[in-house]
Ligand binder design. Sequence first.
Ligand SMILES: Cc1cc2nc3c(=O)[nH]c(=O)nc-3n(C[C@H](O)[C@H](O)[C@H](O)COP(=O)(O)OP(=O)(O)OC[C@H]3O[C@@H](n4cnc5c(N)ncnc54)[C@H](O)[C@@H]3O)c2cc1C
Length: 396
Amino acid sequence: MNFSFSEEEQQFQHRITEFLEAQQHKPYGADALDFGRWADSQLADTPARREFNRTLAEEGYIGMSWPGKYGGQDMPGIYDYLANEALAQFGAPLIGKGCGIIGKTLMRHGSEKLKQEFLPRILKAEVEFALGYTEPGAGSDLASLQLKATRSEGGWRLNGQKTFNTSAHFADWYWVAARTNPEAPKHKGISLFLLPLTQPGLTITPIHTMGDHRTNAVFFDDVFVSDDYVVGEIDHGWTYICEALDYERFSIYTISPLRKAFDMLCESVRKITRDGVALSQDVQIRRRLARLGTEVEAATLLQRRVLMAAASGAIPSVEAAKFKLYSSELGKRLADAALDILGPQALLRCEAPHAIAEGHWEHLYRATPLDTIGGGTSEIQKNVIARRGLGLPLQN
Ligand SMILES: Cc1cc2nc3c(=O)[nH]c(=O)nc-3n(C[C@H](O)[C@H](O)[C@H](O)COP(=O)(O)OP(=O)(O)OC[C@H]3O[C@@H](n4cnc5c(N)ncnc54)[C@H](O)[C@@H]3O)c2cc1C
């Protein structure tokens, strides 16, 4: 049994790490790569981050696993994973949404027009997307979504509301699920649309989360989408959304921020002395760190199982649910432990005079719960594991 990466894969890790180290010294480096803000790596948009993304694309790191006929490099999916882990390690934006979710779904189900319009722009990092699924009455039970799409000449008119749509205030295009057939059973009357976020009738208002991230509520007032921008077949959207959610769990959740935070905590414990005694000598702290270290290792191996399943051609939904559940809950335990171990100074915000690690721990404590909600809550991951993994269907 061999859990390590092949020689080629390790060479790739080395190459992208060198590339990222070099980017830190570019004029945009400090803003584009910032581990202190790792938890918002998907969310923040600045000119520096866009410039960084374009450089990443020019170097061929975007769409490596895409088929050659769509401009990809036909490389195994593991390289996308290795790239994302390296990016997360440096606090750089990940390659998830456009390349991992929208691009892959369009390749399978999009019309020729949509493929030609979007795939080359995704590969060049010229376009940012927001995902429009959740509504005030439809989150975990997404199939209950009510955004209404009614037939209009040459297209559809959308009316209703979405909520928690991250990036909608800066992205270019919107990937939106709406109900096209209210008479059909709830999983069968949903369709997927692409529309520009500048489309008349859209109102985007901020929702500020406790982790400092901005997400958005979006209101639709007779928003027109032409037939050309329907993804796949009308009323078949649920199937595409489920596939896209599998890509999301696979492509957006990374382990390296957790490993890095754990290493930072150990480093602090090695250095800090309290009341004349080194923290590293405290038995309770040593035990807690040993346990957390074991858990970080377990999370890493759960992620390898996702990779193994994906490499064998399966859709790793149960494996991805286990990894997401375990690693996101571990993120909270790690932040909790850091505050207990490092004491009151770790509770100070970054702007406070005596804050340690630039307020990283206090921020981590507020930001990690979001990971247990976005992309499907922990309870929903448990449902997936129970139903699909353990064969325990819900009896109605
Ligand atoms: C930071 C962040 C970013 C997000 N970004 C996006 C985005 O870009 N686009 C988008 O569309 N959405 C986004 N979301 C929304 C996210 O997908 C939903 O918040 C999530 O699916 C939960 O839905 P909800 O908030 O409606 O909670 P609900 O579904 O109302 O759940 C409330 C509580 O009930 C529990 N619960 C619900 N159903 C069950 C069940 N069957 N069994 C057991 N427990 C259950 C849940 O676990 C939760 O604890 C984001 C959320 C966050 C936090």
